[in-house]
Design a protein around this ligand. Structure first.
Ligand code: NAD
Length: 249
């Protein structure tokens, strides 16, 4: 029997990219998975649950749904995210509000409402998919970078509060991963940097990577599975950085 059998996880943004790979991996490891998304994929991994996590009440509803379906909740993966690339003087205020709601307030609310279940688990795991942009900045991403720095701080706080209850909390900080979120920003990056689109991957996206390769979603899922499992129990409160050498400089 897998060590993860009988456990239950809630994964946000589970219909695409990293969230989908994480939901697939946790399910393959034996967990029940609630796959929360704005546009859930009925053929994707886990039990789909449609909701907009920028609505504060939706986060409590997602936790309630997982408890009603599975009777327990051991792992929260706060992953759903969007990006907006724009110089600060043109940055739309409503985009700032949406990004902060999804990238920072949603993880807070998920922790807030799942905390009693994570305490009962005995080995609760709260994992936010932050970003290398939770540690360092790049131009034209004011909202994303501010929110990602915030969620790194949230995980540190949760690690301290969770320690007495067997709960670990980690912010995972990947460099660029091959997903639609990256593909969708190529046009905006080209405009903001004044470059043709076919030069954006090499000159903007992979420029800060020491290793000039995109990370694969399944590779991030492997790190999540490790942290969610018994061998990950001493990792808490410190950013878990998988950044192709970005922050080594
Ligand atoms: P993606 O665009 O492939 O998937 C994001 C998912 O979130 C989508 O299924 C989308 O429907 C869902 N979502 C968006 N808004 C939502 C909302 N309001 N409510 C519920 N669900 C919503 O993106 P991805 O690249 O897999 O990114 C996942 C996470 O990883 C994000 O938090 C992102 O910031 C982070 N991240 C990505 C990269 C990268 O290079 N791709 C690097 C570091 C961190």
């Amino acid at each position: 029997m897998s060590a993860q059998q009988d456990k239950a996880a809630l994964v946000t943004g589970a219909a695409s990219g990293i969230g989908r790979a994480v939901a697939e991996r946790l399910q393959a490891d034996g967990m029940d998975v609630l796959a929360v998304d704005l546009k859930p994929d009925p053929d994707g991994p886990g039990t789909p649950f449609e909701t907009d996590l920028t609505d504060a009440r939706a986060n409590e509803a997602a936790v309630d749904e997982a408890m009603n379906r599975f009777g327990r909740l051991d792992v929260i993966i706060a992953n759903a995210g969007i990006q907006h690339v724009s110089p600060i003087e043109e940055f739309p205020v409503e985009k700032w509000n949406t990004i902060v709601a999804l990238l920072l307030t949603s993880p807070f609310l998920l922790a807030r409402y799942s905390w009693p279940a994570l305490k009962s688990s005995g080995a609760g795991r709260f994992i936010a998919i932050a970003s290398v942009h939770g540690l360092v900045a790049s131009p034209f991403k004011a909202a994303y970078i501010s929110a990602k720095h915030g969620v790194v701080g949230l995980c540190k706080t949760l690690a301290l509060e969770g320690a007495a209850h067997g709960i670990t909390a980690n912010a995972i900080c990947p460099a660029y991963v091959r997903t639609p979120l990256v593909e969708k920003q190529i046009g905006d990056q080209a405009r903001a940097h004044g470059l043709p689109e076919d030069e954006v991957l090499e000159k903007v996206i992979l420029e800060p990577h020491a290793v000039k390769e995109l990370i694969e979603p399944s590779e991030v899922a492997g790190v999540v599975a490790f942290l969610a499992g018994p061998d990950g129990k001493m990792f808490t409160g410190a950013p878990v950085t998988l950044d192709q050498g970005w922050t080594a400089r």
